[in-house]
Design a protein around this ligand. Structure first.
Ligand SMILES: Nc1ncnc2c1ncn2[C@@H]1O[C@H](COP(=O)(O)OP(=O)(O)O)[C@@H](O)[C@H]1O
Ligand SMILES: [Mg+2]
Length: 290
């Protein structure tokens, strides 16, 4: 451009476009309505608040989680993402100081009802943690454990079938099929995380919760897990906590932005990353804090 070619002053953009690296890929663009009718959500949270002792960690969070879709929870460290994820399968029950109020439904059923069988709930709503945590048992036993305690197999053949199918779905079968009796803890970090995903899958869950599942992994192992999330989403509702915005943009169709215990904004990933409604969301995705 010559010096005399003065560009038209651009109108002050309400929202600066974010770096291309965090643009959602075409594959993640979701044309489904943002708020389908009540009742069609796989999980529905209403006014969920959590305190640890007298410290409030989460305030009045309401959100719907859908089948066939990946929902990413993003936000700065300490803003309540893990706390909220743990509400969805009552893992906060295991923290004595935690007090949860509000309502959460799975297929319209109150998961905090005294009638809810929590062991069953955690099979239906499985969880994968930041640090891969295989049991100190064989690869086979890591995956077979859940189906066995839930009585999902009639005999050894059926159990072996469940193990094989789960490892295949988790993208690990080819790497471990000849060493099923070796310890799960002897696998690489990325393989261990896929083993943990296979373990969650083995009990036939409906929802899979993942809390920063790649943050302890190298980029290649991370790419494998992200690819796997893509493949799994046709079968399970998935909610993933990530502090990596590129990852949220790559793997999710819905994004929820948390800040200081509040759900600031929830929407289609494509919109959250290109045209957020809230100033705080924009500041976060453009790297102004966090
Ligand atoms: N087990 C716990 N006991 C007491 N406070 C906790 C516990 N877990 C989380 N918190 C507090 O709750 C807030 C939200 O934490 P967390 O849900 O872990 O955030 P995030 O996952 O977004 O980093 C933080 O202030 C954190 O210190
Ligand atoms: Mg966390």
């Amino acid at each position: 451009m010559g010096p005399e070619a003065v560009p038209e002053p651009e109108p002050e953009a309400e929202v600066q476009p974010v770096a291309p690296a965090v643009r959602p890929s075409a594959e993640t663009i979701d044309t489904a309505p943002l708020n389908p009718p009540q009742g069609s959500a796989k999980m529905q949270a209403r006014d969920v608040s959590v305190s640890y002792g007298d410290k409030q960690a989460l305030k009045d969070v309401s959100i719907q989680i859908f089948d066939d879709r990946v929902t990413a929870f993003i936000g700065p460290s300490g803003c309540g993402k893990s706390t909220f994820l743990r509400c969805l399968n009552r893992m906060n029950d295991t923290i004595p100081s935690a007090r949860v109020t509000g309502e959460i439904e799975l297929d319209g059923e109150d998961i905090y009802s005294p009638r809810m069988d929590v062991v069953q709930l955690r099979a239906r709503v499985g969880m994968v943690f930041q640090k891969p945590n295989p049991f100190p048992k064989s690869i086979f036993e890591n995956v077979a454990y859940g189906p066995r305690i839930h009585g999902l197999a009639q005999n050894k053949t059926e159990l072996a079938e469940i193990v094989e199918r789960s490892l295949k779905r988790a993208g690990l079968w080819d790497e471990v099929k000849d060493r099923l009796q070796e310890s799960g803890t002897a696998l690489s970090g990325g393989q261990q995380q896929r083993l943990c995903i296979a373990r969650a899958i083995a009990v036939d869950p409906e929802v899979i919760l993942m809390d920063e599942p790649c943050s302890a992994l190298d980029p290649i192992a991370t790419a494998k897990i992200e690819e796997l999330i893509h493949e799994l989403r046709g079968r399970y509702a998935i909610a993933i906590v990530t502090h990596n915005m590129q990852q949220a943009a790559r793997v999710s169709q819905r994004t929820a932005f948390f800040h200081l215990g509040e759900l600031v904004e929830y929407g289609k990933t494509s919109e959250i990353f290109t045209n957020p409604r809230e100033r705080r969301t924009q500041d976060y995705i453009t790297g102004r804090y966090g």
